[in-house]
Structures are given as structure tokens and as C-alpha cells.
Ligand binder design. Sequence first.
Ligand code: ZN
Ligand code: ZN
Length: 338
Amino acid sequence: MRGVVFLGDRRAEVREFPDPQPGWGEVVVRLKAGGLCGSDLHRYRQDAAQRAGNIIIPGHEPSGLVESLGGGVANVRVGDRVSVYHYRGCGYCKECLGGNLMWCAESRGYGVPIHGSNADLILTDARNCLPLPTELSFAHGAMMACNAGTAFSSMQKLHPVGGETVAIFGQGPVGLAGTLFAKAMGARVVGVEPLAGRRALAHSLGADETIDPNAGDPVKAIHELTRGEGAACSFETSGSGSGVNGAVDCLRLGGRAVFVGKHEDKALAPSQIIGRQLTLMGSFVLPIHMYYEMLRLILERRVPLEAMVTHRFPLEKAQEAFALFDSGKTGKVIFEWA
Ligand SMILES: [Zn+2]
Ligand SMILES: [Zn+2]
């Protein structure tokens, strides 16, 4: 099979790898769509010294057809359409039984440390194969593995009700999926995004208002859009210091925020949180069973996830795909197989 490797200094190359063989309880899936995620870019941007000797295939948004089964697999058959959950776990510990495979002591994520989805085939556990109904494309299946799943799980934590305003910082793929889900859940969405193309995409996907943070103070703008009250909820996907602070300072009294964009500065002061009694939450992918709730919302509210996709590439164009996605000027970028 073919698989992508990152050589360092923003170079991606397609190489030949042996086809994976499923062991007991394992499944091999033939990829039909695979997403590029912002977290892949951290490794794409590493230098050649950091990448030296690392030939793990990146990518953790797999969707495709079940190709072959190991022994003891009962939940899928060859030819089934599946979305593949992003972390493999032991399956038996407290965290796995709670659905949080990413917290398992034996957790293994695609791309780090095991071969991921930027390849023709992927080896996974039977339990990671989640059903993808025929109404949804493989592109949907790919996005539901990380991008949309991360946004959905965050919106479940914010739980906007009664048309509450949700300010979403960053309108990259996770922010855009947040916009779609928040709208489907009945919220009013204010998107904060410096790039005009992404603001336009956010509008086309249903964002009620968009703000360019370089054109003025977004916190002030959000207060103006909420008659001075502030937003009930915020969702921080940008990973910038201004986004982190903005997502806190834009909130109304008793507001709540979810953070998924990593920012290492100690940017927040307790005084920003105490007086207004804010609730701040972190979020990280989604528990595996939440896939079914996401699926229900997408099907019943016809959430047009695939409208986020702006670019599609065959795997052999990996270098072009990552370079374009790295420019930050795209919506969702995916690999597709005929
Ligand atoms: Zn991801
Ligand atoms: Zn476990």
C-alpha cells in the first residue's frame, strides 16, 4: 500500500509500505476518504532533525470500506462502510468502558504512535469501526472521526439553549464544524476569524455574524452584538493568546467556554473568571459512543458537513495537499480515493 511520510521542513512524500494484516479482533479498512487535521500540521512543520527516522504514517480521520477481518470480529463484515474512531485502546479498562479510549493507559492514536489514515489501508480494532449510513458520504465519515467529533463534543459541553449566542474563535475546520452544530442546536453564532475567505465560508454555513479580529476589538464587537451582555457561550479553536482571552472576556455573567486550541502561554488571570462566575472547560476529541449522537444530529437536522470541504486530493498529491492546508486559507481539505 501507499502511505505518506513527513520528511521535515514541510515535505511530505508518498512511499510504499507492506499491506497490514488483521490479527485477532482487528480489521483492515480500505480508505475512501481521509481528512487533514490541524494537529497533523505540527508534525508536518517539524524540521528534518526532529523527523529523522520517523516513518509513521500521519492522519487520523479515516473512512472507507472494511477490507478484511481478523478472527473473532462480529460487528462488521467485509464491504461495510465505516468511520474509524481515532484512538485504539485496550477495550477493557475503566476509561475504555466509559468510551474514552484516548485516556486508556494503552491508548494509541493514529499518526502518533501507530500508522494513520494517509494511506490506502489502515489497521484498526473491530470496536473502532463505527457504522456510516449510505445517506452520508465518506467525506462525512472522515470528518466525524476527529474534526466534527471534536466540535460536536465541545457543543455538547456548552449545550446552547434558547437561541443563546455562541462566539466561535477561529473558523478553520473545527470552528466551522462548531458553527454548523451550534446552528443545528438552535444557537446564534458569531464567528471570529481574521481570514476573509474563512469568514465568507462561515457565513455560507450559517454563521449569523462574523468578526475580523484585526479590524477592531472582537470582545467589544461581541458585546455590541449582545446589547452589552456578552455571549452565553464561547468556543476557542484558534489556539492564539488573543483567542483564549477573547473567549473568556466576551462572555456574559455566568457564561461558559470550551477550549480546544492549544496555547502554551499562561495567558489567563483568575480575575477574568471569578467575578462573572464563568465555567471554563477543556475538550479533546469525543467519547466513542458520542459518535451515535453526532450521527443522529447530522441526519435529522441535515447538517451540511461536507459543505466545509474546499479541496480534495488523491493521495499522490500529498505534498500539494499539505502545503495548501498549511497556508491556512482553506476550509476542510481531504484525500479521496476513487
Ligand atoms: Zn484531528
Ligand atoms: Zn483501555
